[in-house]
Design a binder for this molecule. Structure first.
Ligand code: BG6
Length: 509
């Protein structure tokens, strides 16, 4: 799809962390790579008064710190980019502020040689969620939204997560959004879908024919999806304590990863074909609730420790966290996808903050060969005959992006001894280039009107339905089972134990 010549991107929450660390660097990179049309302009909207010039130098400073690649021509390039930035002060629920914004946008259209009010608009809502509905509502009231049928110009809105904090609030938010925008204009973002290696899950599965015949319950024993983070809540305690790992990571990023791994091949790569298939997966996950939470989930919370020499305080001591908080900073859970392809195959999801290091990996573990014909050794230690090491396919999302297949090979020598060895593909070795940041791809897609990598409301609903059940189950536990783990470890021992025991039981069946 083509990107039309003249678009104004309005970022609500322009002074926030996301805008400075991710959105502006992404827009800068796209400009450097000549992927944005010349007439693209960016307007920051936030509550604090500042001039265009003050905003420009604030963003210039942020880019010096956070730009993905250093400007080739130094400061001149930064200045050229920031000269396309504008600032509008205002309150998110105040129509007058949005009327002023409209005057500014119309003026910018004029500067770009477009009849005022006829340029395209991409509204990016990256504020705290409590003002999402105000913004969409006032955008409508202040007449910022083009008719979706208008062929000469478009208006789109990107909405950051969290999209609600449960099914009810997500639906209420959606109702407000759809009171003003048409679904075709709404882009609900999950930045994991913009990661190169996440898109590669689809490329790997549906652009190659050798693995797909094995991609089912007949050959796959179980699947792990691990998202480990080495950061603690680091100043986000106020938000995080009302969220927790389940809402913050599982409801969105991890269930999306699961959906991509488990979905059927779509009929095409058109937005609704892909999203229909993901929805079918999410809807096929049997709910976990009531007493089941005890058998299918493990919650943890970090206590003081060190990560790479950095001292981490107890979660309970983080600013904004309540003294008796039972919010989980770690969660492990077992899910099934009850359909013809996956019935009986457990998906183990694990994520946590303040863990030993940062990595996101999906491991597909295949069934054992039916007969153990050979002895095998692991790390050069002879284990004798018996169970072979399974084949494991690892999709490494970050860092060291790549794919690894572990297979049993004969150890050289007179004996028939097998040892697991890895066949590996590393992104940076093969392509010799750093993958683009997720936000670069997603902003570009939104500008070209491609919503394939954005979330549809029914996916949001299906994910919340599952999460609400678990949260309810946890709330109703007589004593909340929160396992403490030391920061800098791999999470609570109970989680490893739970998964190891479960896999062992499966083997026994
Ligand atoms: C965000 C969560 O959506 O994703 C954060 O709110 C988390 O808590 C972040 O740290 C992880 O993203 P990434 O791209 O660093 O893996």
């Amino acid at each position: 799809m083509e990107i039309s010549e003249s678009t104004i991107i309005v970022i609500f929450g322009a002074s926030g962390d996301l805008a400075k660390r991710k959105l502006m660097p992404a827009l800068f990179q796209l400009t450097q790579d000549a992927l944005l049309p010349n007439k693209t302009r960016i307007v920051g909207f936030a509550r604090r008064a500042k001039t265009h010039e003050e905003f420009r130098s604030e963003i210039q400073e942020a880019l010096v710190k956070f730009a993905r690649s250093k400007p080739r021509e130094g400061i001149a390039e930064l200045k050229e980019f920031t000269s396309r930035l504008y600032y509008q002060v205002g309150n998110y629920d105040d129509k007058e502020s949005f009327d002023e914004l409209k005057i500014l946008l119309d003026d910018i259209d004029g500067e770009c040689g477009i009849p005022p009010g006829r340029g395209n608009r991409l509204f990016y809502i990256s504020t705290p969620p409590d003002v999402f509905t105000d913004i969409v509502t006032v955008l409508g009231q202040a007449d910022h939204i083009a008719n979706p049928e208008d062929e000469d110009r478009w208006t789109r809105v990107i909405i950051e997560k969290p999209f609600g904090r449960d099914l009810e609030t997500a639906r209420a938010l959606n109702k407000k959004v759809l009171a003003m925008f048409d679904e075709s204009q709404v882009y609900r973002i999950d930045h994991y879908l913009g990661k190169e290696t996440v898109q590669n899950i689809m490329a790997f599965r549906f652009g190659n024919s050798i693995f797909e015949p094995l991609w089912n319950r007949g050959f796959v024993s179980h699947i792990h999806i691990n998202v480990a983070e080495a950061v603690s809540v680091e100043g986000r305690g106020g938000y995080y304590d009302h969220s927790g790992a389940l809402r913050d990571m599982v409801q969105n990023h991890m269930l999306q990863l699961l959906a991509l791994v488990a979905m059927e091949p779509p009929a095409s790569f058109a937005p609704n074909s892909v999203r229909d298939e993901k929805l079918k997966v999410l809807s096929a996950i049997p709910p976990i609730g009531g007493m089941d939470v005890g058998h299918s989930t493990v919650r943890g919370q970090y206590a003081a420790g060190t990560i790479d020499g950095r001292a981490i305080t107890d979660y309970l001591n983080e600013p904004g966290v309540s003294d008796d908080s039972v919010t989980e900073t770690f969660v492990a859970l077992k899910l099934y996808v009850d359909n013809w392809r996956w019935a009986g195959v457990p998906f183990y999801l694990r994520t946590g903050k303040a863990l030993s290091s940062r990595f996101t990996e999906i491991n597909i573990e295949f069934r054992q060969p039916p007969l153990a014909l050979f002895s095998h050794s692991v790390n050069n230690v002879l284990k004798g005959a018996g169970k072979m090491q399974p084949n494991i396919l690892s999709l490494r999302v970050q860092p060291n992006e790549g794919i690894r297949l572990s297979i049993g090979m004969k150890v050289p020598g007179p004996k028939m001894v097998l040892q697991p060895t890895d066949m590996e593909f590393c992104y940076d070795e093969v392509f010799d280039t750093e993958p683009p940041a997720a936000y670069e791809r997603l902003i570009l897609d939104a500008m070209s009107g491609d919503s394939t990598l954005f979330i549809r409301q029914d996916e949001v609903d299906a994910a919340w339905t599952l999460i609400d059940g678990i949260l309810d189950g946890w709330r109703n536990e007589e004593t909340p089972h929160i396992h403490l783990y030391r920061a800098g470890t791999w999470g609570p021992y109970a989680a490893d134990e739970f998964i190891a025991q479960d896999i062992k039981k499966m083997g026994a069946v």
